[in-house]
Design a protein around this ligand. Structure first.
Ligand SMILES: NC(=O)c1ccc[n+]([C@@H]2O[C@H](COP(=O)([O-])OP(=O)(O)OC[C@H]3O[C@@H](n4cnc5c(N)ncnc54)[C@H](O)[C@@H]3O)[C@@H](O)[C@H]2O)c1
Ligand SMILES: [Zn+2]
Length: 395
């Protein structure tokens, strides 16, 4: 006898845009955490990217003061905020996850407690993984502090750390309790990090919204000059497009064999590993998007001029579109970057499906990839490369 059982779980989480989230008169976080009158006081622990702490020396004091100012909402800080070394190092294995588990046990946090994560995409991924595993899931409130975090990484339902030399090998699909994008954090990023996340905005524009690509193109000078209002506009639209996809495309937990938001990522993930993370994720995505735009032109999915325009926008933002690691080859002469295809295929359960534009602003997957065609795309990219701008990736 066989009986099939099924149940649905509805997920919903707010994404808020604000400035100065820990100003005493900012109630955004209090509204997210305040418990109903008949429930106990809500407790929160805070993990902060060490680079954010260094760039905002008053932040810990502000957080303590903010919790005191909102004590009447029956929310309490469980312990002093803890710093976490940021960047890809945060995702290096499961060490950080275990350390956070220990702290959560010592603090007696439960499934109704909040884990507030303030940091770049890497810290969000690693602390988010811990929060999703401890007691099978504490409530995580993400405060992304990088362009990439606010445009993309902080919004989604995924978290992961790297293991065995494989990017994002260990992770879960866990929606956050809430996401708060505070533009003030973006100001202290260095030029590379400020720029890197814009690659994800260009990516999502190319496959979902041609008008947004026009707008990014118009804003290139302002973005390159670090205009915060221009950045807030791009972050909000990019966030909307990512969230629309996650919530309406029908496969938020990627059970199917497509990863549409990973346009340009098969080579990007590989380049990150091949460069030993000399390239930030967003910098690698810029190269991957440029390469796949050239590939899309070569297979008739984009006009040549559109592919060159995409590359032009990325170069105008200051991205380098070529990396010497493209020339690394295996013993059999095959470029090592193509190893990224096999890893994508494995991740998708054996079938390779890659997102590609179908005209600007639209997408249709491909299920075969021709390395000979990619060779011509690579040649094109090599020719298009421009000199490194100030603040660009060091060779
Ligand atoms: N979960 C997802 O859906 C998803 C999506 C895209 C990317 N990611 C992951 O995100 C990671 C990349 O994130 P990222 O681009 O934010 O880089 P990052 O987290 O590596 O941060 C870059 C650097 O900036 C520092 N930093 C962070 N915020 C700062 C601030 N406000 N001021 C000064 N310095 C600051 C960090 O310490 C780090 O040194 C990758 O590991 C990538 O795989 C995850
Ligand atoms: Zn990405």
């Amino acid at each position: 006898m066989r009986t099939d059982w099924s149940f649905d779980v509805q997920y919903a989480f707010p994404v808020l845009f604000t400035r100065d989230v820990f100003a005493a008169d900012n109630g955004v976080l209090a509204d997210l955490m305040a418990p109903a009158d008949d429930l106990p006081v809500a407790r929160a622990a805070v993990w902060i990217d060490a680079a954010v702490l260094a760039a905002h020396p008053g932040l810990t004091r502000d957080i303590h003061a903010w919790f005191s100012a909102h004590a009447s909402r029956r929310i309490a800080l469980a312990a002093a905020p803890e710093g976490v070394d940021g960047g890809e190092a945060a995702k290096n294995g499961l060490g950080l996850v275990e350390g956070i588990a220990r702290t959560c046990v010592e603090l007696g946090l439960c499934r109704h407690s909040y884990v507030i994560i303030i940091g770049g995409g890497a810290v969000l991924d690693a602390v988010g993984l811990a929060a999703s595993l401890i007691h099978r899931g504490l409530r995580q409130i993400r405060l992304p502090t990088t362009t990439l975090g606010q445009c993309d990484a902080g919004l989604g339902v995924k978290n992961a750390v790297n293991l065995l030399g494989i990017k994002n090998l260990i992770g879960t699909f866990t929606p956050p309790w809430a996401v708060v994008d505070d533009a003030r954090f973006l100001v202290s990023q260095d030029d590379r990090t400020w720029r890197a996340g814009l690659a994800e905005a260009v990516k999502v524009a190319v496959i979902k919204d041609a008008g947004f690509l026009d707008r990014i193109e118009a804003l290139v000078p302002a973005l390159a000059a670090r205009d915060l209002a221009a950045m807030e506009e791009v972050v909000q639209r990019s966030a909307e497009l990512h969230l629309q996809h996650i919530t309406t495309a029908g496969d938020p937990f990627e059970h199917g064999s497509s990863r549409p938001l990973d346009f340009g990522h098969w080579s990007a993930h590989r380049l990150e590993v091949l460069t030993h993370h000399r390239l930030q994720h967003g910098e690698a995505v810029a190269i991957g998007v440029a390469l796949d735009a050239c590939y899309a032109a070569a297979i008739g999915r984009l006009e040549d001029r559109d592919a060159e325009r995409i590359c032009g926008v990325l170069a105008g933002l200051g991205f380098r579109l070529w990396d010497p690691c493209f020339d690394l080859r295996d013993a059999d002469g095959r470029r090592q970057v193509y190893g990224g295809l096999a890893q994508f295929r494995e991740h998708l359960g054996g079938r390779l499906t890659l997102a590609m534009p179908a005209g600007l602003g639209r997408r249709a997957d491909i299920d075969s990839f021709d390395e000979a065609v990619c060779e011509s795309a690579l040649e094109r990219l090599r020719r298009l490369q421009r000199p490194v701008s100030r603040g660009g990736v060091p060779a």
